[in-house]
Design a binder for this molecule. Structure first.
Ligand SMILES: [Cu+2]
Length: 438
């Protein structure tokens, strides 16, 4: 287990992340409108693109993402109807059994397509979607593609069992998926949209629903595609590791942060402790792997209950509950895994047991010009905010507690080799009464 003190994180980047709390408060008041059909953007958590007719339009196109170390990388991804290029593609939410239409427009310089693993009766322009080959018979696309630059295909399918699914390019998959052509598809039980699947024990708190779409980037590939040069995949080496198209510390910035215009989805979990009356339901976290290697995702401090994989509940043949608690959520390439999390009885904390934990001695803290103080690692919520020297700003708003959550393959928790960053985010637990902005 990595023992992470946030003070060790790159301070320049943390300074950029520090307005998080303020921005979150602002977003809570002024709802940022999304593209057509998008629900109002929550400051954190899953942002669904939904449609009363289950009809969506995506345009595959090029654009840029920014990384925490100041890099700007050319990506391929999708723009929703009425929206602009975004990484990853929009998260489409539909009900199980719904007839779904996705119109793909292609603005890329080569053919592309969409595959919908786990969905049934997939048609392309009204005909069964078919693989494509070149004149020599080599497979070029797993499904019907849209021609380069101006092509379009209309895909229709029936949404499969409730769960979490990827949609990705089915054309030249190794390259196009690495370039960023992927997104999430959430299928809900029509009768219980606040259940992950058709089991009552998959109920979750709708305001605490999160999606972690995991991926990786080798910037050499992206530069080669941008400059229309060849690329040798035997030399592939990922340097950036993303949650929802962002690397730590951008992962903890709010949804639709103005400074990340093409990367709208944050990954900060923001919850309160379990309370039988006021906060009885768990958070739901949907993990998806759009990369080429496994991501062993590790939330510190609070195990998660794995309740489903790949659209299948963890249940036996006669409905036995086969879900299990773990501190490691292993997500294989192409896989999805859904977990429930309740923050309860951690470190013997309870509302009536607010044991004060001494902060480090002032001489052991890094404070002063050019440095940042962050949090106390005090798990006793609402407890000791600690003493700080005059003029030092306290980033901890109200005694809230933060866990780190990150890929346990630590090279995936870096930004081009620099620790810590990459596939890493925070879980924020506010005191039971919430967090009054101070
Ligand atoms: Cu760790």
């Amino acid at each position: 287990m990595l023992r992470l003190n946030l003070r060790r994180l790159d301070r320049t980047r943390l300074r950029r992340a520090a307005p998080l709390a303020l921005a979150g408060a602002i977003l809570a008041v002024f709802v940022i409108p999304g593209p057509d059909g998008a629900a109002a953007s929550p400051p954190a958590g899953l942002e669904c693109l939904s449609s009363p007719t289950n009809s969506f339009t995506l345009t595959a196109m090029g654009g840029y993402m920014s990384t925490p170390d100041g890099n700007s990388i050319f990506m391929w991804s999708y723009a929703p109807s009425g929206g602009t290029f975004q990484l990853p593609g929009p998260t489409m939410c539909v009900d199980s059994g719904a007839k779904v239409t996705v119109v793909l427009h292609n603005a890329l310089p080569e053919p592309t397509s969409l595959i919908f693993p786990g969905q049934v009766q997939v048609l392309a322009d009204g005909r069964p979607a078919q693989p494509e080959t070149d004149l020599s018979g080599n497979l070029t696309s797993l499904t019907t593609s849209a021609a380069a630059n101006t092509g379009a295909v209309t895909y229709t399918f029936t949404a499969g069992p409730p769960g979490t699914y990827l949609y990705t390019s089915g054309t030249d998959v190794q390259k196009q998926q690495q370039m960023g052509l992927f997104g999430g598809l959430v299928v809900r039980p029509a009768a219980h949209r606040d259940w992950e699947n058709n089991r009552a024990d998959s109920a979750f708190e709708p305001n605490h629903e999160y999606l972690y779409l995991l991926s990786e980037v080798d910037p050499d590939l992206h530069l080669a595609v941008e400059r229309r040069r060849g690329y040798d995949f035997t030399k592939f080496r990922a340097r950036y590791f993303l949650i929802n198209g962002r690397s730590m510390p951008d992962t903890i910035s709010p949804n639709r942060a103005a400074w990340l215009p093409n990367q709208p989805y944050g990954a900060l979990i923001h919850i309160r402790p379990y309370d039988a009356v006021n906060n009885p339901k768990p958070a739901l976290i949907r993990y998806l792997n759009a990369g080429s290697v496994s991501y062993p995702f590790h939330p510190h401090g609070s195990d998660e209950q794995l309740i489903a994989r790949d659209g299948h509940p963890a249940a036996g043949p006669s409905g036995q509950d086969l879900s299990f608690a773990n501190f490691l959520i292993d997500v294989a390439p192409g896989q999805t895994a859904d977990t429930l999390m309740i923050w309860k009885d951690i470190e013997h904390w309870s509302p009536t047991n607010p044991i004060p934990v001494p902060l480090p001695q002032l001489q052991d803290q890094l404070v002063g010009p050019g440095t940042e103080t962050w949090f106390s690692e005090d798990p006793y919520l609402g407890g000791n905010l600690g003493e700080l020297p005059p003029g030092v700003v306290q980033n901890n708003q109200c005694g809230e507690y933060y866990h780190v959550a990150h890929s346990h393959a630590l090279e995936q928790s870096t930004n081009y080799g620099a620790s810590f960053g990459g596939m890493m985010t925070l879980i924020r637990i506010d005191p039971p009464a919430g967090c009054p902005v101070q």
